[in-house]
Design a protein around this ligand. Structure first.
Ligand code: AHR
Length: 513
């Protein structure tokens, strides 16, 4: 089929927020232990962190990392993870029915994140704990010296404060599965008062209030409205979490997940605007209008959650209490990678409202990077669209005008067969990201560039699609890694008209310099 795309930089919606390429490390499963940290592994450094995994993390090119949870944080005592390791307690992690040894905590993780080039985004426990403990961990982390908590940090080896700017006020508090689950009013009040005290202690921080766990929550919408009425003027971002999966073989709906994310973000943006417009009825009305709220897509990815909820979770939650068991180690296919590419396109398309986003998670647990104990580490299929988007998206984001055939989906109605976004840098470098959602037809794409595009040449054209001899379910494993991006042949730029053939079921990036 044929599709036309028009890129008009005068319609740019703003610059690519670098924090859009965040990620997430939770103390769950083999994310930390046997993931990033495995003393005794041949690749482990003196600090016990795996160098081969660290290299892949650096290659991924993420910008921020959310830590330490997730559901885990709602039962976590941060103090357990600081001080001499041989005195740290082993605790039950009731969120994931595991034992937490606390061998990795704030110091070790902050050092690792710095080595990995990641900005740390720290989540406080608003499940079993509250205002005082959130204030304590902030003071411990960020206050320079001269108080009991700051001196404790220094005695524990960190003379300089960690200087953490980004703080999440709890996690998925709207979900009945969450330890310390609350109503929107209960959470809104707690989040507001926690935010107030944390800002008194360190006015340079940015705070994220917890929004909905997914767009199908019965409380979605009213939750955001209520929480924002309590917290507007006191926080900088509200979160949303979004996971997608292919259900009952409905590939068409799955490949349209980006449309689902578009609508979800648009709804939250609308609620932010609505509450902002009525800010005079908010307790902190004066400050509210002066403190814009961004959307933090704190957790997003493909996750075969139905399998977790219906098959694995009932077993895990009623069994033994193991240390770092294998939990939700989804093995991603080509189809999953194309959807991840499309979700990144959706995030870029909303750069005017999405202030940051975290691919959940980073290693082993629904992750772009996998590792085996004592064994190799490797790139899952989803690694590639994330890495290439983080590396190549720069400058202003442009939403192209698309004319393409429609694909009928059970979940989202008719959607464009092509999904695209572009970025245009000051140098003129124009980067087009495109997904062909058709499972069996190539897309003959014609892209009209602005007159300024006349001097550009095709610098790079890369596609991720079904490999030779594979199918849409092909994945990368410890034994074989057949899925990798390859050059897209036949891309032509003729003055201001670009033509390319996008393979069926593919994610593509074309760079014009
Ligand atoms: O990322 C896995 C889990 O998904 C997180 O712990 C939780 O916040 C979400 O439900």
């Amino acid at each position: 089929f044929s599709a036309r795309v028009v890129i008009d930089p005068t319609t740019a919606i703003g610059d690519v927020p670098r924090r859009l390429f965040g990620t997430f490390v939770e103390h769950m499963g083999r994310s930390v232990y046997e993931g990033i940290y495995e003393p005794g592994h041949p690749e482990a450094g003196d600090d016990g962190f795996r160098r081969d995994v660290l290299d892949l993390v650096r290659e991924l090119g993420a910008t921020t990392v959310r830590y330490p949870g997730g559901n885990f944080v709602s039962g976590y005592r941060w103090e357990d993870g600081v001080g001499p390791r041989d005195q740290r307690p082993v605790r039950l992690d009731a969120a994931w029915h595991s034992l937490e040894t606390n061998q990795v905590g704030l110091h070790e993780f902050a050092d690792w994140a710095r080595d990995a080039g990641l900005e740390l985004m720290y989540a406080v426990n608003l499940g079993t704990r509250g205002i005082a403990e959130a204030a304590d961990v902030l003071e411990y982390a960020n206050h320079p010296s001269g108080t009991a908590l700051a001196e404790q940090r220094r005695a524990n080896g960190a003379d300089e404060p960690f200087g953490i700017r980004l703080w999440c006020l709890g996690n998925e508090v709207d979900g009945p599965w969450q330890i310390g689950h609350k109503t929107a009013d209960e959470y809104g009040r707690l989040a507001a008062e926690t935010a107030r005290l944390m800002t008194f202690i360190d006015p340079t921080i940015e705070l994220v209030a917890a929004g909905s766990s997914n767009a199908d929550m019965p409380t979605f919408g009213e939750w955001e409205r209520t929480v924002l009425r309590h917290t507007m003027g006191l926080v900088d971002h509200i979160s949303l979490h979004a996971y997608y999966e292919e259900s009952d073989g409905d590939a068409a709906s799955f490949l349209a997940s980006g449309v689902g994310l578009d609508r979800y973000i648009d709804e939250v943006a609308g609620i932010i605007d609505e509450v902002s417009a009525n800010a005079t009825s908010v307790a902190d009305g004066g400050a509210a209008s002066a403190r814009p709220i961004g959307i933090s897509v704190d957790e997003w990815n493909v996750w075969y959650q139905r399998r977790w909820n219906e098959v694995d979770k009932p077993v895990v939650m009623n069994g033994e209490w193991p240390e770092h068991p294998r939990l939700i180690e989804d093995e991603y296919t080509v189809t999953d990678a194309v959807v991840v590419g499309s979700l990144l396109i959706s995030l870029l398309r909303h750069s005017d409202r999405v202030s940051m986003a975290n691919l959940a998670q980073l290693v082993n647990v629904i992750a772009p990077i996998r590792s085996e104990p004592g064994g190799p580490a490797w790139r899952q299929t989803t690694f590639f669209p994330f890495q290439l988007t983080a590396a190549l998206a720069s400058g202003a984001v442009v939403r192209p005008v698309v004319s393409a055939p429609q694909i009928d989906t059970a979940r989202y109605g008719s959607v464009d067969a092509i999904d695209t976004v572009a970025t245009v840098a000051e140098s003129g470098r124009t980067v087009l990201f495109a997904v062909n959602r058709s499972l069996d037809e190539p897309a003959e794409l014609t892209v009209s560039l602005p007159a300024a595009g006349a001097g550009l040449v095709v610098g790079r054209a890369t596609t991720l699609t079904v490999p030779e001899g594979g199918d849409r379910h092909t994945s990368n494993t410890a034994a074989a890694r057949p899925v990798a991006p390859r050059d897209l042949d036949g891309v032509r730029l003729d003055s201001t008209t670009l033509t390319a053939t996008l393979p069926p079921l593919s994610w593509t990036v074309i760079v014009l310099d």
